[in-house]
Design a protein around this ligand. Structure first.
Ligand code: ANZ
Ligand code: ZN
Length: 859
């Protein structure tokens, strides 16, 4: 037998050797045979910014451990990677550097792919996708046409967030709470533009209801989605306008307060403002509208800001009371929500109360907490209660009154029940270059004409000048824009908007199972086979939009007959942030207060400029705080396996992780201990004989128990909840048990060493394979079957029994594990410990807790 020489642990050499071997063995290839159950392990694909950071490393390590584990547990695993490669940053960077976005992006991809490959992740690179590649966005465009055909894509004029620096439309979530652009920092303006939308509101109800199916999702994420969808149930009520044909429809969740209406408010954009405004108010109203339309939605609805409004001079009639009330317009009423008009009930709505106080409008109480309560108010009473001053509905409670009032309105034909969602249709068009062109042509005869499928993809022109200003770059390229209409041949124009990059990432997981297909978006059989994703891993920052859009796409494409499942992601793990040691100068303000850690002496943390002492804290690693740890530095120093072990051991996956060099060092030492343990054993000659279980010594039995307890505990830790930190603790315990065991020539010891190496494999894949090899095994440890435990081995021969006198612990004894209560009492009575206290005393009672203790109560 080969007797390996004793060597020290050399991570770099081992990594190179095994990564090469894995490639040769095709270990990471997606198996095509259907005999095994499938497991689809997916990390959220990265934006190719150019370099990998620690957050990526953590994300992909978690998914990789799961993928490796599932392979060993007998699954065929799909574990792919790709690039979310379209988007504004590439374009901006390209403008700064004069390099075309495509070139810049592909360079970044190449660089990051290399970094990823160095991590030894078990990814199948054959299904790699890049959303900016024509063979991918061809299908993004095809999906757009599916939406168009289904009536789920439409154009309309919309008040949009306009970034005056980047000259582009921003989504609401790209505007921060100060009303600034997330990229340029400019104060966002409002602008009316013709835009493309996807009708996600058609799926609001299903998107909400199906959250119940997502049992493998964190509750917190489901709640965030539910709130974003924001279902509310209320009433649509119509208020006739005095002196006009039209009626103002309002949406209210409190129809029970309708007798308290003292005014009606329209959003400034509401078309009826023209109708209701009297001539003497016209100039003032127009000035007000102009002012308001420049504000972002956030500015308009901010809690702390005074509500601004102006009377139109018009009057509306409360259909319940016949009373005439003034019609106002106000900034806090949003045109995009409900009907864009509100009935003002100051007594029972905080916002209306404030507004009425400021504008001197009537406040009429119609709800009281209980019958007979006083009817004066210092603030709005917004709870449910009993109706007063409400005609026939007096004395009813709010719940019944809502129903009765809606019924009455229905009968009288001026209102009905209405369900309303906060979710709006998804504005998908961007006036940008680096995205998938929207595949339609505008023809003067035919209107909007979809680009025929055979002409897809509509390629992005490469010979483009990017200035970074002045609307869509594509619109400036005449040769690209002007085309004959595909239907009638008349000179026509291409759509020059590109799609929101959230569209690219809403379906990439559907392409991976059949990434090379040139004929179709994918083979339905393959997608039905692999989908849904069994475990999705990524950042909590995608808890709302990316996940909601992906769910929406899945439902639409299902309804187009492309596959047969309802939800894309069975289980979701949102990993925590990686935090770095951060230095802050509390005397400095703004971004200057963060002192990059490479400028600070850890033993004496002072500001290098001023000498002031610095505060130490942990914060999410970022360039701006200068607190990042570069993955390559850690890997060069300790190796990939140590980095993985640290990441997995330091915190459970969903919790934040504080990067700590001492703990990294600790994991490095552990791997070195395992290295010594296994190589010492291997050097002594591997003992292959089978153990005779009925002839084991006590030492062997104890070791076997330790091995099987470890198998049980680790298997449970890595199942579903993915408690990798406790799994690694168990590996440490097993390693210690082997180090201490005085039976290293026993087959049980051999079993222990093998089991340790096999269970180490998903966590520290390179060292595990090297040790596996040094133990005289062929091939790779990663194709080994995950061990299962023998329940019989878990049972201890002896247990520790605590002896108590009058409830006080006095000592403990070892007793056989299989005793009944009487047997336990007998052993306890006869023990030296008990004898010391009970000799010559009267025993009034003996309490026996099987498996734990015996307590003597004395007289
Ligand atoms: C009258 C009323 C009386 C209201 C009362 C509340 C309390 P949710 O639950 O979020 O759907 N509202 C309706 N459309 C609006 C718009 N476009 N812009 C601003 N506010 C609007 O909120 C529904 C409530 O928000 C509606 O119920 C309406 O005010 C207001 F004691 O109507 B309520
Ligand atoms: Zn035409």
């Amino acid at each position: 037998m080969e007797s390996p020489q004793k060597t020290s642990y050399q991570p770099a050499a081992i990594e190179e050797k095994w990564q090469k071997t894995w490639l040769e063995l095709g270990l990471d290839k997606t198996p095509q045979d259907q005999s095994k159950p499938k497991f689809y392990a997916l990390s959220m694909f990265p934006y190719p910014s150019g370099s990998l950071h620690m957050g990526h490393v953590r994300n992909y390590t978690i998914t990789d451990v799961i993928a490796r584990l599932k392979r060993m547990q007998g699954y065929r695993v799909l574990h792919p990677m790709g690039w979310d490669a379209f988007g504004l940053p590439a374009e901006n960077a390209a403008i700064d550097r004069g390099v075309p976005p495509a070139k810049w992006t592909y360079q970044n991809i190449a660089q990051m792919r290399q970094q990823l490959q160095r991590l030894g992740l078990s990814l199948d690179w054959e299904c790699e996708v890049a959303t900016c590649s024509p063979d991918y966005y061809k299908w993004t465009q095809w999906i757009f046409l599916q939406f168009l055909a289904a009536g789920l894509a439409y154009q309309r004029e919309a008040a949009v967030n306009w970034d005056p620096i980047d000259q582009t439309v921003l989504a609401n979530e790209q505007v921060d709470n100060e009303g600034r652009s997330w990229r340029s920092g400019a104060i966002v303006e409002r602008k009316l533009l013709r835009q493309w939308f996807f009708k996600i509101t058609d799926y609001a109800e299903e998107l909400l209801n199906d959250l119940d199916k997502l049992t493998g999702w964190p509750e917190r994420v489901k709640l965030m989605q539910a709130n974003w969808i924001g279902k509310s149930t209320g009433a649509y009520l119509e208020f006739p306008i005095v002196g006009a044909e039209e009626k103002i429809g309002v949406y209210t969740t409190r129809p029970d307060t309708v007798y308290g209406v003292s005014y009606v408010v329209l959003a400034p954009e509401h078309p009826l403002t023209q109708v209701v405004t009297t001539s003497d108010q016209k100039a003032a109203v127009e000035a007000f509208i102009k002012e308001v339309t420049n504000q972002s939605e956030l500015e308009r609805t901010a809690e702390d800001k005074p509500k601004r409004g102006i009377p139109t001079g018009g009057k509306a009639i409360n259909p319940f009371t016949g009373e005439e009330v003034p019609i106002w317009i106000a900034d806090y009423v949003l045109y995009e929500y409900g009907t864009g008009a509100v009935m003002g009930v100051p007594a029972h709505d905080v916002r209306d109360f404030k507004f009425a106080k400021e504008q001197n409008l009537a406040i009429k109480v119609v709800i009281v907490p209980e019958a007979g309560a006083e009817e004066t108010l210092k603030t709005a009473y917004t709870e449910a209660g009993i109706l007063v001053n409400s005609g026939d509905f007096n004395g009813m409670n709010s719940v019944d009154a809502k129903k009765a009032i809606i019924e009455f309105a229905e009968k009288q034909n001026f209102g009905k029940l209405r369900i309303q969602y906060r979710l709006r249709d998804w504005l998908i068009s961007r006036q940008r270059y680096w995205g998938a062109p929207i595949p339609v042509i505008h023809c003067p005869n035919c209107g909007i004409v979809p680009v025929p499928e055979k002409d897809l993809p509509v390629q992005l022109p490469e010979e483009i000048e990017l200035s970074g200003r002045g609307g869509s770059p594509l619109a400036q390229l005449e040769s690209w824009v002007n085309v004959p209409c595909p239907t009638c041949g008349t000179p026509a124009k291409r759509e020059t908007d590109t799609m929101d990059t959230f569209i690219d990432s809403s379906w990439y997981f559907l392409r991976y199972p059949d990434a090379k297909n040139e004929e179709k978006i994918f083979d339905s059989n393959k997608v039905n086979d692999w989908m849904p994703v069994d475990q999705y891993v990524g950042g909590i920052e995608h808890a709302i939009l990316h996940l909601l859009y992906s769910r929406f796409f899945t439902k639409v494409l299902r309804d187009r007959g492309l596959f047969n499942f309802d939800e894309p992601f069975q289980r979701l793990l949102t990993q925590g942030m990686v935090q770095g040691l951060t230095y802050m100068n509390p005397n400095k303000g703004g971004k200057d207060k963060w002192i990059p850690s490479h400028l600070v002496d850890a033993n004496n943390p002072v500001d290098p400029q001023t000498g002031e002492p610095l505060q130490r804290l942990y914060a999410t690693m970022s360039k701006s705080k200068g607190n990042g740890v570069a993955p390559e530095d850690v890997i060069n120093k300790y190796g990939i396996d140590t980095a993985r072990m640290f990441i997995l051991f330091k915190a459970p996956p969903e919790k934040d992780l504080e990067w700590d060099e001492a703990d990294v060092e600790g994991q490095f030492r552990f791997l070195n201990r395992v290295w010594r343990l296994v190589t010492d054993y291997a050097a002594a000659g591997v003992y292959k004989q089978k153990a005779e279980l009925d002839k084991l010594s006590k030492i062997e039995k104890d070791l076997r128990r330790a091995i099987h307890i470890a198998i049980q505990a680790i298997t449970e830790d890595v199942e579903d909840e993915y408690q990798f930190n406790t799994a690694i603790s168990e590996l440490m315990k097993l390693s210690n048990a082997l180090t201490d065991a005085k039976c290293n020539n026993s087959p049980i010891y051999a079993e222990g060493i093998q089991t340790l190496v096999i269970m180490l494999a998903p966590f520290a894949p390179h060292i595990a394979d090297e040790l596996w090899h040094l133990l005289g095994n062929k091939g790779t440890v990663h194709t080994q079957v995950w061990p299962s435990f023998d329940p019989a081995a878990l049972i201890a021969d002896e247990i520790t029994l605590v002896i108590q006198i009058m409830g006080k612990t006095r000592g403990s004894i070892q007793v056989p594990s299989q005793l009944d209560k009487a047997g336990l009492e007998k052993y306890a009575r006869e023990s030296e410990v008990a004898q010391r206290y009970i000799e010559g005393k009267e025993i009034k009672k003996v309490i026996v807790v099987p498996g734990k203790l015996v307590n003597f109560v004395l007289g």
